[in-house]
Write a protein that binds this ligand. Structure first.
Ligand SMILES: [Zn+2]
Length: 387
């Protein structure tokens, strides 16, 4: 009996460390109107939005806190929904490298690999094919811009940890817009905060390739070139009072890419939803959901106005095994609980809006998403293994 009560106390305190109460907004001011289906015209532009580590509980608890039970987040206004299976070739539980490679290359790879296959070959990415078609391209993230998700679209390395090498590969990738954090991988070793092991100044290499370098939100707003490297933090961009916000970066990217008559491909990542999950920190997850959803709003506003832009939103995997309970004293109080500080293998949601969005309805393997986008864009042979 005594042992039993000790166990109960132990279990109770364990549960307490893994759960947080989340405030639920009572009245919603959100736009609850779902976006309409769009005629099956040709697709000119693609915006791929990836919420890293974003499962249904992340979306739904964000919704309850931001717009309340009756409200809808911007991403919930997208008319087409699907479900995506996320396993990688090395595990039932993917990491962001293999997860993003499934989207960028339409191929499974091992965890940790960036558009790179276990046999050492590289796979062609959607972004590279878009470039070859003469389209403009962009990558936006709130992590380091050399982090696994953005890297999987414009670099090829065996290990996601090789962020110095990813920065080097970016210089000649042809990608037009890079906005995110991670200055540490671009500045020579003698500069404060550098993580490089050499004297290369990757920022200067970008500048001699015709890019404008910006490091503050204001510089970003004032930049006039179409090719821009924006690094707004030494590492990831600070979550609290973020500047620039993901929405501001997304709007900047769109404004630089949209002038190309051949269209553009843009990948925007809400990188730190995943970090909140790793930290089992509901407040962090929700703050990041808001930042991400504001960027979704920017993407949807552009797509609505443009009429030829396909917007696809999904996640690479869920993080934390986050689930939603109610507080024992109040069934209207949300209590978030966690299963792990790593990723889980539960499928993730997909949302789509724009021409041919309907093609994304139903269940998919994560590789199907990249393949479907390549097909709709007439990118030719895909997936494609390079030597
Ligand atoms: Zn993660």
């Amino acid at each position: 009996m005594k042992l039993k009560s000790i166990l109960v106390i132990l279990l109770f305190s364990f549960a307490c460390t893994k759960s947080q109460e989340v405030e639920v907004v009572k009245t919603s001011t959100s736009n609850t109107e779902r976006l309409p289906m769009v005629n099956e015209t040709k697709i000119k532009n693609v915006i791929l939005l990836i919420g890293d580590g974003t499962g249904l509980a992340q979306i739904s608890s964000g919704q309850l806190n931001i717009v309340g039970p009756d409200g809808y987040l911007n991403l919930q206004r997208m008319p087409v929904t699907g479900i995506v299976k996320t396993q990688s070739s090395s595990s039932l539980i993917t990491d962001s490298a293999a997860g993003a490679t499934a989207y960028s290359c339409g191929m499974k790879t091992d965890n940790g690999m960036i558009a790179y296959l276990p046999d050492g070959s590289h796979c062609k990415t959607l972004l590279e094919l878009a470039k070859e078609k003469g389209m403009s391209t962009g990558l936006v993230a709130t992590s380091t811009i050399t982090h696994a998700t953005p890297a999987s679209f414009a670099a090829h390395v065996r290990s996601r940890g090789s962020q110095n090498e990813i920065a080097e590969q970016y210089v000649n990738s042809g990608n037009d817009v890079f906005l995110g954090g991670g200055r540490e991988f671009f500045i020579p070793q003698n500069q404060e905060g550098s993580s490089r092991k050499d004297d290369r100044n990757i920022i200067e290499e970008f500048e001699s390739n015709g890019y404008e370098y910006v490091s503050t939100a204001e510089e970003m707003q004032n930049s006039e070139t179409d090719k821009v490297l924006g690094l707004f933090a030494n590492s990831g961009i600070e979550s609290e009072n973020r500047t620039p916000t993901l929405q501001e970066m997304t709007n900047t990217a769109i404004s630089k890419l949209e002038s190309n008559e051949k269209g553009f491909f843009l990948m925007v990542e809400g990188s730190q939803i995943d970090w909140g999950g790793h930290g089992n920190d509901a407040e962090y997850v929700i703050r990041e959901m808001k930042d991400f959803d504001d960027a979704v709003k920017a993407a949807l506003e552009f797509a609505e106005k443009d009429g030829e832009t396909l917007v696809v939103l999904t996640a690479d995997h869920e993080t934390g095994g986050m689930t939603m309970m109610t507080a024992s004293d109040d069934p209207h109080k949300l209590k978030v609980e966690w299963v792990t500080d790593y990723h889980t293998g539960v499928p993730v949601a997909l949302m789509a809006y724009g021409p041919n969005a309907i093609q994304f309805t139903g269940w998919h393997d994560n590789t199907d998403i990249g393949i479907k986008i390549a097909e709709l864009m007439n990118f030719g042979e895909f997936p494609l293994i390079l030597e």
